[in-house]
Design a protein around this ligand. Structure first.
Ligand code: TUI
Length: 315
């Protein structure tokens, strides 16, 4: 059994988080992961407060284990959702795509454990000073909104910068990734892409099929011009977007309009032409449909075998 200080800190069995993926990570998926002993996380994404309250209720009906909510800080509803999670006293809040400083006091006074995603060592230090209980060091191999650094150099540098427990994310989809993350100094991992194939993940069948058939070079990054780089599977949408991204005759507003609604079209409609199918570089390592509990157990068992064998390298 792999265990670390994060298990005691959060009262979970396995040091494995399920990433809060906008439009995807709902109360059912989060509850399945938490019931399996990991940390299930509901994504607030760009949704208003009612959706988030409802998904917390769904999760609470399905599990009495701790759950988390991810607040996407670029959301126009971030302020109201920040209050909802405090009201509902979810056990853990993770944040993404920005700096959550202004909410830290509110969440801490509600007794919530705050675990921000950081994309740099400096940001990790700031979060430590403001009272985060851990940080997620997410490299640019991940799906969705990404920072500049890759997981391999980011995790050890964040570990050196803070005394807090560090959760590694980005490019991790099996036990080898978990073992590597622990070797880099992390004490837990967060996986998003791997959970896209979970039976409890209710994305459109076309989305699941695209992930299951993805190859190693199937992801691309778009959105750098607008300052919000996003990794997704190569599709007609990403090809169309890339064609106009650096065309100076296309305005920023036109580019925004092209991307607007593309996540929802992928997740709910499975729209293979206009949908933006977010996924990380580990997509091609996701090869089978499984229950969330099987994913957690398989990944943890693989990591255990590898970590036990690690001493063979020392002569
Ligand atoms: O947030 C994510 N991944 C996401 S959010 C999302 S929804 C979205 N849709 C369209 C455009 C943009 C977002 C889809 N995927 N991951 C966590 C993450 N956070 N990755 C990188 C960061 C990050 C970046 C900069 C965290 C902090 C940060 O700090 C900047 C600052 O203000 O200091």
């Amino acid at each position: 059994m792999i265990k670390s200080e994060i298990c005691e800190l959060l009262s979970i069995e396995y040091p494995i988080f399920q990433g809060g993926m906008a439009w995807i990570s709902d109360g059912s998926l989060a509850a399945a992961v938490s019931n399996a002993g990991g940390l299930g996380i509901i994504a607030a994404g760009n949704a208003p407060q009612d959706y988030v309250r409802e998904q917390i209720k769904v999760a609470r009906e399905l599990t009495n284990k701790p759950i988390g909510v991810n607040i996407m800080l670029l959301s126009p509803f971030a302020d109201e959702v920040a209050k909802v999670v405090a009201d509902e006293k979810v056990e853990v809040v993770t944040t993404g795509a920005g700096n959550p400083s202004k909410y830290m006091e509110l969440w801490k006074s509600a007794g919530i454990k705050v675990i921000p995603v950081v994309a740099s060592a400096a940001m990790a230090k700031l979060m430590e000073r403001l009272g985060a209980c851990a940080v997620i060091a997410e490299g640019g191999e991940s799906g969705g909104h990404i920072g500049e650094m890759a997981t391999m150099p980011l995790v050890p540098q964040v570990c050196d910068a803070v005394k807090l427990p560090v959760v590694a994310a980005g490019g991790i989809a099996d036990g080898r990734g978990v073992a590597a993350a622990f070797m880099l100094g992390a004490c837990a991992v967060q996986m998003g892409t791997r959970f896209l194939s979970a039976d409890e993940c209710s994305i459109h069948p076309n989305y699941k099929e695209k992930v299951l058939s993805a190859k190693d070079r199937c992801t691309v990054v778009t959105g750098r011009r607008l300052g919000h780089p996003v990794r997704s599977l190569r599709t007609q949408f990403s090809n169309d977007y890339q064609k106009v991204e650096y065309d100076s005759s296309v305005s920023d507003a036109e580019l925004e309009a092209l991307a607007g609604g593309a996540l929802r079209l992928a997740v709910q409609e499975g729209d293979l032409k206009k949908g933006c199918f977010l996924a990380g570089q580990a997509a091609s390592m996701v090869n089978k449909r499984q229950k969330a509990s099987e994913i957690i157990k398989e990944v943890a068992d693989e990591a255990e075998i590898i970590l036990k064998r690690a001493s063979i390298w020392v002569k």
